[in-house]
Structure formats: C-alpha cells, structure tokens
Design a protein around this ligand. Structure first.
Ligand code: ADP
Ligand code: MG
Length: 331
C-alpha cells in the first residue's frame, strides 16, 4: 500500500498525483485529504443522485482505450442526471483494480476524466481505491441539482402524450458487434464511428435541463429503447407504441446494415445508446422542437402513449412486431 515503483504507483500516490488534481475546483473535496466531502446546495434545490458500475467484459472491453473507459464511466452517470433534468455538480469514483495499477494506463484514465470534467462542468470530490480478485470495476456516483420538485420522473406519462427520443438509436449495439470481433483489422469509417458510439456515449445534458417542465416522463436509454420505454409504461400505468419506421437511425448504421424492419428491431432492442426517451403532451411539441434546436440535439417523435400496458414496436401497417427480447438484461 505504501511501496511504489516508478511504473506502478501505490494507492496514496495514485490519489495524490492523479485524482487530487481532478478535485481542485471543488472546495468541498478538500483536495481528497479527508474522509468525506461536502456538497453545497441552496435551500430551493434538491440533489439528484445516481450510481452506475462498469465492469470489464460487461460494459467495456479489455482492449478499450483507458481514456474512453473513463469517459464512459462518467458519461453513463451524466446520462442518468440528464434524463432527470439535473445539472451535474460532482461525482465519486470507486475503483477496484485487479492488479497494482499501471501508471500509463491510469494517467490516460485520469486524462479522460479531466477532459470530460471540463466539457460537462463537473468535479471529482472523492472515492475509493481497492484491489479486487475480479475484473476491473469502476463505480461512479454522480450528484446533480434541480429546483425543488422539478426532477423529471419515469412516472408521469399520460394517455394522449407523444413519445420522443434524442439522437440516433442502435449505433452502440452494432458498434459492440464490431468491437467484439477484431478491431485490429481494417474497419470502414462507418464501423469505427459505431464503435466510438459504444465506447464513448454522449450524455444529453443540455437537452435534459431544457426538458424540465416540458417532458411528462423521461429516462435514459441504456438497455434498449423498447425495454426502457417499458419501464415508463409500467410506472406510469400506460401503453407506449413506437413506430419502427420513425426511429432515428444514423447514416453510418444504415450504410452498414441497410434499412429494414429487422435492422430497426435490432436497433430498438440493443443497449448502450444513452439517449433520452421522453413523453410530453401534444401541446408541448413546438416548444420541444425549439429546445432541440437551441441545444443542437436531434429529437425525433417516434410514437404515442395510450391506455393499456407495456411498450410495443409497430410496423408500418400498425401491427405489433413480435420481439424475442425487448433489450439487454444482466440475469
Ligand atoms: P478511507 O480510509 O476512508 O477508505 P481512503 O484512504 O480510501 O479513505 O481515501 C482517502 C481520500 O482519497 C478520501 O478523500 C477519498 O475520497 C479519496 N479517494 C480514494 N480513492 C479515490 C478515487 N479513486 N477517486 C477519488 N478520490 C479517491
Ligand atoms: Mg476508502
């Protein structure tokens, strides 16, 4: 714990050299020299808290670059905050490393975090560093803020509402297929773009903030569009219909997979999109399209909320497409 050689820093050296600099803009982090950190919030705000753990071999691949592993770990949490309309403030980093850490790897990891801290205006305020007999695990707990009572819930979708999604769907799912095969061979630009979407998602933070007061329900799409909309349907006690032909598909995905009901079904049931799916009353449509433009985020209307239960995918004739699975599950 205290000994160190030049390429494999010890626990405290690691914290001091690589992580403490990431906390310097947060006075309540005390330079990572105390047992706990302070987060200040004003009395008219609430803290929004979320945690996601990323495990090697499950959420990223062993050969993924360390800076994208770092970014993904932070971004999946920022995506949860975005879906709740919360402004990111700070995060905790729990690292479980399978062996004594490699300095080069950790430097690149910390660089990825530093870049994203700048981009998303968020600060490291603490964490934990341990050794594990299992695979590399990175758990980040993120804190955001909302004016009291304005967090966007999964519950709240009403029959008659419209369904929207940000960005494009299915890129990361196909990207993972490519990344798992062999990234050393020559890949097309399109395949590289899809792998990048798997390794480094884009949390829709600005859009999420703008959706406060507009969206009736929202969540981030991590396990698959239909599986996740199923969660909104369940807690809101409604049925959600998604039109397969309206799901936004990227040019890269279409160039590789063509455009077919099969491709759209795969896209709507594969994971790692980290887009925001949300519902809103039809009277808010124009305002939603306007905040989409203002935040420079693609937003597409893809379906409707009805009386009933469950999320379903419809073909162009309005018939339900039978799904072998609605999305990714761990068990
Ligand atoms: P404890 O003895 O309570 O486990 P530690 O020695 O683990 O405390 O941590 C010392 C300080 O370093 C604390 O402020 C903690 O938040 C911080 N810290 C430890 N690991 C990390 C990490 N991976 N990222 C950020 N901060 C960390
Ligand atoms: Mg500790």
């Amino acid at each position: 714990m205290t000994s160190s050689s030049s390429d494999r820093p010890g626990e405290f050296e690691l914290i001091r050299e690589l992580f403490a600099p990431l906390s310097k803009s947060a006075p309540g982090a005390f330079g990572l020299t105390d047992d706990a950190a302070l987060i200040s919030v004003s009395s008219d705000e609430e803290l929004v808290v979320t945690v996601d753990a990323l495990i090697e071999g499950v959420h990223f691949l062993p050969d993924d670059p360390p800076h994208t592993i770092a970014k993904k770990s932070l971004r999946v949490n920022l995506s949860d905050l975005a879906a709740k309309g919360a402004e990111p403030k700070a995060y905790l980093l729990a690292l479980a490393l399978p062996e004594r850490p490699d300095r080069q790897w950790l430097r690149a990891f910390a660089r990825g975090l530093a870049e994203d801290q700048k981009e998303f205006r968020v600060s490291l305020i603490g964490g934990d560093t341990t050794r594990t007999p299992g695979p590399l695990t990175i758990a980040i707990t993120a804190f955001g803020a909302v004016p009291c009572g304005t967090m966007i819930r999964r519950k709240g979708a009403k029959s008659g509402d419209l369904v929207f999604v940000s960005g494009t769907i299915g890129d990361a799912g196909m990207g993972l297929d490519f990344a798992e095969v062999d990234t050393s061979r020559d890949l097309t630009i399109e395949a590289e773009a899809l792998i990048e979407r798997y390794r480094c998602p884009t949390p829709r933070v600005r859009l999420g903030l703008a959706l406060r007061g507009l969206a009736s329900a929202a969540l981030d799409v991590s396990d698959g569009l239909i599986a996740d909309l199923d969660h909104i349907a369940e807690v809101s006690a409604v049925r959600i219909e998604v039109d397969a032909d309206r799901i936004p598909i990227s040019r890269a995905l279409m160039d590789i997979g063509g455009d077919s009901v099969e491709l759209r079904t795969d896209a709507a049931t594969s994971g790692d999109d980290y887009e925001i799916a949300f519902t809103a009353p039809p009277a808010k449509r124009d305002e939603i399209l306007s905040v989409a433009r203002k935040t420079k985020t693609q937003v597409t209307e893809i379906g409707r909320v009805m009386k009933g239960a469950g999320a379903v995918l419809l073909n162009e004739d309005g018939h339900e497409i039978p799904l072998a699975k609605k999305g990714f599950t761990h068990f």
